[in-house]
Design a protein around this ligand. Structure first.
Ligand SMILES: [Zn+2]
Length: 66
């Protein structure tokens, strides 16, 4: 599902991905988590300097989604 997040799919592929999100709770959760994580990262980046501990937690969070 990562290409969907980066908006690099064709219209047809995006339609398939959205249809899949409608029927697949697992991918829907992952998609929402990724969106939440992006907002969280943006807020964290805005707050300088980023604590080392926060950086470590973020890298742990991202690992299963790569
Ligand atoms: Zn799925």
């Amino acid at each position: 599902m990562q290409p969907y997040m980066d908006r690099v799919l064709t219209d047809a592929e995006r339609g398939e991905a959205e249809a899949h999100l409608d029927e697949c709770a697992y991918c829907r959760k992952r998609y929402r988590f990724e969106e939440t994580l992006r907002v969280f990262v943006q807020q964290a980046v805005a707050a300088e300097p980023m604590p080392v501990e926060l950086k470590r937690k973020l890298s742990e969070l991202r690992t299963p989604l790569q």
